[in-house]
Ligand binder design. Structure first.
Ligand code: ATP
Ligand code: MG
Length: 425
């Protein structure tokens, strides 16, 4: 260490501050206490500090969270040039050296210019003041003030800089605390989500399994003879419950694949005529009680779609209408304009109140009033939304209590090719 470099023990004593300086220190401390946005607060602290402390550049070096190489342990995290400064490589190198000195010693570091010579370009003479950043008693970085062309940092200015540094440290510890709380909260939510998931899944799987086991055991009893009609009824229940079980497992698998981004989609570009042809024909053959209308003025329009997955979406919406609005005959309308194809499924059922309308697309969410006595796991609409989003589309519901619900699915159409593009392709 040469003569121009000093390491000082840190002390902070407000007694030596002048009234204007004290005011700035208090303004900074109020801000630190109220702060939420760290970057913005640092910016404001530096602007305030500049009114009472002369410096041209300031750099905050913090421990890198990721690096294992000791040479990379400090990273410049925040830097502002507020004065005559222009950043040169030399300044950066010296700033880093000063930061390492502070980081390793835990003390204030001062580097003065080798000589203060009025004949020389004053701006080429650099003065550094480095202060430790302490959080919970541990050093986590350094705050470096840089002056071009002096004067030296005197005792009072060092004391003032210490106050500013102490507040920046406090800001950082505040930030660490906020992050720790956020992490804990996220962890807690994840554990709760996993618990809820397991509880919901076990319950859902147990119900059909219970029926299957119960009726099979009954049929296998050798102390009772069942007539053909009863046996058939029991087998019918076992058959339906097996279907329900396999549908449920399919939904669970889809939903966890969607969650992890592993659901395979087979999205193909096709014209709207062939898309609607296959979808509408399928609906006609699958559902007797369905009123279907199609309005697609230009059958040449094209879209990108995984037809099988969109059929799955429509199946869930139609099944929901059948389950929750059993008295009404659901209507399904396909309507295209130049930009999008909109598919609407309308029923005249109990409706969904506004308080639940945004939540029905969440995993496992069921509307309590509508779901008593109706079986379901609250996965259908979650899966629908994910599939529609994979098509860059959207799904939403409009509903009036006591009047009915309409679900809309919108899929964007591709821009039509101009005749020139047509001949080129
Ligand atoms: P799953 O589809 O997984 O078998 P589910 O039908 O309960 O179970 P979703 O399809 O996600 O799950 O629907 C979520 C909830 O939204 C339903 O439980 C029901 O309360 C409400 N809901 C859905 N469609 C309608 C509708 N057409 N009318 C009234 N309520 C509806
Ligand atoms: Mg459903």
């Amino acid at each position: 260490m040469d003569n121009n470099q000093r390491l000082l023990q840190t002390t902070t004593d407000t007694g030596s501050l002048r009234p204007a300086e004290l005011e700035v220190v208090y303004a900074i401390s109020r801000m630190v206490a109220e702060t939420i946005d760290i970057e913005e607060s640092l910016d404001r602290i530096i602007r305030l500090a500049r009114t009472v402390l002369i410096f041209d550049n300031v750099v905050l070096y913090l421990q890198s969270e990721h690096s294992s190489d000791p040479k990379d342990t400090l990273e410049p995290t925040f830097a502002r040039a507020v004065g005559r400064g222009r950043s040169s490589v030399e300044e950066m190198v010296w700033g880093e050296k000063a930061a390492f000195e502070v980081y390793e010693s835990g003390r204030i570091f001062i580097k003065e210019a080798d000589s203060i010579n009025d004949d020389e370009d004053r701006l080429s003479q650099h003065f550094y003041l480095g202060l430790p950043m302490l959080v919970s008693g541990e050093i986590i970085g350094a705050l470096i003030f840089i002056r071009f062309g002096g004067p030296n940092f005197d005792k009072d200015q060092i004391n003032l800089a210490e106050f500013i540094a102490a507040h920046v440290s406090q800001l950082l510890s505040h930030k660490q605390l906020v992050e720790r709380i956020a992490n804990l909260e996220a962890e807690r939510r994840l554990v709760k989500l996993q618990d809820d998931f397991i509880a919901a899944v076990s319950h859902e799987l147990n119900t059909p399994l219970g029926f299957i086991k119960g009726y099979t055991t009954t049929l296998l009893r050798d102390d009772t003879k069942w007539d053909d009609k009863t046996r058939n009824e029991f087998l019918q229940i076992i058959d339906e419950e097996s279907d329900r079980l396999s549908e449920l497992i399919g939904n669970l698998l889809d939903s966890s694949r969607l969650q992890s981004g592993n659901l395979h989609m087979d999205i193909q570009e096709q014209d709207i005529r062939s898309f609607l042809g296959s979808v509408v024909n399928r609906l006609r053959s699958h559902y007797e009680k369905l009123d279907i209308t199609v309005k697609a003025p230009n059958p040449e329009e094209r879209l990108k779609a995984d037809t099988k997955r969109l059929n799955q979406v429509l199946d869930n919406l139609i099944n929901n209408a059948a389950k929750y609005a059993p008295q009404s005959k659901p209507r399904i309308q396909f309507k295209a304009n130049k930009k999008r194809l909109r598919i609407s499924i309308e029923d005249e059922g109990p409706g969904i109140s506004d308080e639940h309308l945004d939540s029905i697309f969440k995993r496992f969410y069921r509307v309590p009033e509508n779901s008593t006595g109706v079986r379901g796991s609250g996965l259908g609409l979650f899966i629908c939304e994910q599939i529609v989003q994979e098509h860059d589309g959207k799904i939403y519901a409009e509903s009036k209590l006591g009047e009915g619900t309409t679900f809309h699915v919108e899929i964007p159409l591709l821009p039509l090719k101009t005749p020139k593009e047509e001949t080129e392709s």
